[in-house]
Design a protein around this ligand. Structure first.
Ligand SMILES: [Zn+2]
Length: 135
């Protein structure tokens, strides 16, 4: 089940909660056929990370005068972000964009600036006399 924002040919917008495969309902206001409206945030980024709470509009003007539809969308986005932070507590307080958070990075999301063992192999041992007081 998921929430979809729908819009009919007449410009009415409404939301439905249904499964992905279920047929879209007709517009409750005019009966016209409807289509899904893409997310207004676009949830950019390769990892589909919801924006941080600080990036959400904080002012009345920022919500298009309190547009109910937009505010609902904001709340849902904020909830998505909260869910993400619950699953990835280490994200809180880190402003670097996440490059990957799936698969092998499930428990430790890869962020911009992180070194990866694959792309940044480190040659740690020393050759010859490095001056260390060993043995
Ligand atoms: Zn309509």
């Amino acid at each position: 089940m998921a929430i979809y924002e729908l819009r009919c040919g007449g410009g009415h917008r409404f939301e439905v909660i249904q499964s992905f495969a279920a047929p879209l309902p007709d517009c409750p206001q005019c009966g016209a056929a409807t289509g899904k409206v893409p997310s207004r945030f676009g949830v950019g980024g390769s990892a589909g990370t919801p924006p941080r709470a600080e990036m959400m509009p904080q002012t009345w003007r920022g919500t298009y005068g309190g547009d109910r539809e937009y505010v609902t969308h904001l709340r849902r986005t904020a909830e998505a972000r909260r869910d993400l932070e619950e699953r990835h507590p280490e994200l809180v307080g880190d402003r670097r964009p996440i490059i990957a958070h799936e698969g092998r990075y499930e428990n430790a999301p890869l962020r911009a600036g992180d070194q990866t063992p694959v792309h940044a192999p480190r040659h740690t041992h020393t050759h010859g006399s490095a001056g260390e007081g060993g043995s």
